[in-house]
Ligand binder design. Sequence first.
Ligand SMILES: NC(=O)C1=CN([C@@H]2O[C@H](COP(=O)(O)OP(=O)(O)OC[C@H]3O[C@@H](n4cnc5c(N)ncnc54)[C@H](O)[C@@H]3O)[C@@H](O)[C@H]2O)C=CC1
Ligand SMILES: O=C(O)C(=O)Cc1ccc(O)cc1
Length: 302
Amino acid sequence: MLPFARVTVIGLGLIGSSIARGVRATMPTARVTGFDADPEVRAVARRIDLCDDVADTAGAAVIDADLVILCVPVGAMAAAARDLAADLPADAIVTDVGGSKASVLAALREALPGATIVPGHPVAGTENCGPESGFASLFRGRWCILTPDGETPETATARVQAFWEALGANVECMTPQHHDLVLAVTSHVPHLIAYTIVGTASDLEQVTQSEVIKYSAGGFRDFTRIAASDPTMWRDVFLNNREAVLEILQRFSEDLTALQRAIRWGKGDELFDLFTRTRAVRRSIIDQGQDDARPDFGRAHE
Ligand SMILES: NC(=O)C1=CN([C@@H]2O[C@H](COP(=O)(O)OP(=O)(O)OC[C@H]3O[C@@H](n4cnc5c(N)ncnc54)[C@H](O)[C@@H]3O)[C@@H](O)[C@H]2O)C=CC1
Ligand SMILES: O=C(O)C(=O)Cc1ccc(O)cc1
């Protein structure tokens, strides 16, 4: 049986459009309604036939939904929730896909008093944005983290879990605070490092921009992909996961200082030991089948 029959997606960018496509591919009898605050995005969504219906207001989009998924930048979650609050059916479940969880849960609770909220975060994406960049298989074989708290009914969490599993994701639950710490180290600070090194390279006076482009080695190219990620989305993630990001950054800068010292004093064994440990991390990721480089993995379009 389908976990939901009437799914509403608010925010039709990369993640929202991937969910809409995924629902149509894996739950063909479910009806998908979409809404986006940007009229141009709504026009594109209609042109590419993304949903069964694209509504012109958030209220009209949720009027008979049984699942509402907020797929807007983390800093826009509260406003998006307020816009639909008056028309949200009492028995609907509200979930989201935001990359940070504690502040989003607090914002949704305030905007939607009494609503059933199951916060979520699919740990799957790309550096692209907008309704044409999504694809149905984005979540296949990827993790989706749900962060219910004591107020979230277990039955609601179970239905949202079944929904993500139908899209092909593996689901795990944890507290919003633990999610924010884990993602700070596995996603948020790595993005900040990419933004920094690409910014540093483009600011160097002694090395021209064309030399950076011409001689970019594989590692730098990987950083430029990450550093091309959506500025609004990532600004919001850093402002909303401030504490965990600052804590991990503190640890990172201590470790960087230790490496700086090892290079200055020629301590090759320290460098060698660290690089051996980090190589083992990469190998465990591959052993667990989480390697992005596999051609058929995650990003492969239908
Ligand atoms: N990009 C990625 O790889 C991943 C992103 N996420 C999360 O997904 C969410 C959406 O990100 P993307 O789809 O990448 O962004 P996107 O920029 O592709 O799409 C966001 C859409 O939300 C719309 N929007 C903004 N404010 C709105 C409002 N108040 N009401 C209705 N629509 C509104 C925008 O017009 C835009 O079309 C973010 O919270 C992000 O943290 C989660 C996993 C991966
Ligand atoms: O494109 C990449 O490498 C990503 O890291 C995708 C991504 C971006 C944001 C998330 O919250 C989760 C996954």
